[in-house]
Write a protein that binds this ligand. Structure first.
Ligand code: DQA
Length: 146
């Protein structure tokens, strides 16, 4: 059976393409998700993409990944910097996580410099635009096929 990846996007990422294009670019979330599914397929993975603006929904998806999903790529949006609950959900799920940020959060406001998710992530990609999602999926191809 194909290994399964989950591509998760947090709050405001449904606004990609419209939202602050100087920071986040002109691609829509649908563009990014299509690229993620194609990249995953090229590696022989099944990939499912989900986005929510509701923290409890995100936590439920992370819990449901336990024992059913082989790897998670997440852009947690602003929850990166605020959510102990999402950190704890990943700790409970025990699924390898790669954290992606479209922008270089370290070049931005100080409140974006700390990530609760990085504490449990295998790795972090930031500042490479939406290409970061592709790189994360490519990395899972190395990590999961070893
Ligand atoms: C973001 C960076 C976060 O600080 C911000 O709150 C986002 C998007 C990024 O992809 O660069 O919503 O995660």
């Amino acid at each position: 059976m194909a290994q399964r990846l989950l591509i998760l996007n947090g709050p405001n990422l449904n606004m990609l393409g419209l939202r602050e294009p100087g920071i986040y670019g002109s691609e829509t979330l649908a563009d990014v998700e299509a690229m993620c599914v194609a990249t995953a397929k090229a590696h022989g993975f099944d990939a499912e993409c989900k986005q929510t603006n509701h923290e409890g929904q995100m936590i439920d998806w992370i819990h449901a990944a336990r024992g059913t999903i082989d790897g998670i790529v997440i852009n947690p949006g602003a929850w990166t910097h605020t959510s102990v609950a999402i950190h704890d959900a990943f700790a409970a799920a025990e699924v390898p996580v790669l954290e992606v940020h479209i922008s270089n959060v370290h070049k931005r406001e100080a409140f974006r410099h700390h990530s609760y998710v990085s504490l449990i992530a295998v790795g972090v990609i930031a500042g490479l635009g939406t290409h970061g999602y592709k790189l994360a999926i490519d990395h899972f191809a190395l990590l999961l096929k070893q």
